[in-house]
Ligand binder design. Structure first.
Ligand code: URA
Length: 216
């Protein structure tokens, strides 16, 4: 069930909800000096019909730069694919002050603070989920949600008030979740792309399908 309208779609940068993530953030303020080191806000078009939901900020990526998927390996494929499929304009330069603009698309994360080892705990997913529910509910034209990886898929379903089992996992699976169509993709992490589990073509196919769905 969508959150009440008053719920915030974005965590405050110094969000106190998850003690382990607060400790990690404080450590990162030392080891990633000058970095953003806070809860990373969603990025994109408030009138988006497509939402892309990642896992959580990477320590040296979004956690450092302050923009989702910006500055780490996963961002190159994501932004390149969004540019190729018409969901972004500009030139991605892995910096939050490049000129990339998302078109009809918003990128957010299931968990807004960087977790150690890129692995949030279940309690952290639960604590952060109201922001995800509110983020999705605050997109008035939203039609399609692309989930990147299984943590994203599960959290999106729960954020919509459904059971995690309400939609099949896997790459390229698709299902109705309330008023939205969910398209699952493997996460565009370097681990998946370097091993060939996810190819640029497999990834682009998901966004071409999203384009088709929002246009019909
Ligand atoms: N950066 C993000 O913002 N999210 C991810 O899931 C991975 C990298």
């Amino acid at each position: 069930m969508p959150m009440a309208e008053s719920a915030s779609a974005e965590a405050p940068a110094d969000c106190p909800l998850c003690p382990r993530l607060v400790i990690y953030r404080e450590a990162n303020r030392v080891s990633v000096p000058g970095g953003f080191n806070g809860a990373v806000a969603s990025f994109g078009d408030p009138q988006a019909r497509l939402a892309v939901v990642g896992l959580a900020p990477g320590r040296m990526g979004a956690n450092r730069t302050g923009r989702p998927f910006t500055g780490d390996g996963a961002g190159w494929l994501l932004y390149d694919t969004l540019l190729k499929t018409g969901f972004a304009t500009g030139t991605y330069e892995a910096r939050p002050d490049d000129d990339v603009r998302l078109v009809d698309c918003m990128i957010t994360n299931a968990v807004r603070c960087a977790p150690p080892g890129n692995k949030p705990e279940t309690s952290e997913e639960n604590a952060c989920r109201p922001f995800l529910s509110a983020r999705l509910a605050a997109l008035p034209r939203l039609k399609v949600i692309v989930t990147l990886g299984d943590v994203s898929r599960r959290n999106v379903l729960k954020a919509l008030g459904l059971k995690a089992s309400a939609g099949l996992p896997g790459h390229g699976t698709e299902f109705q979740a309330g008023p939205y169509v969910v398209l699952n993709s493997y996460h565009c992490s370097r681990l998946n792309t370097n091993t060939g589990r996810l190819t640029p073509e497999m990834f682009a196919a998901v966004f071409r399908r999203a384009r088709h769905l929002i246009s019909t």
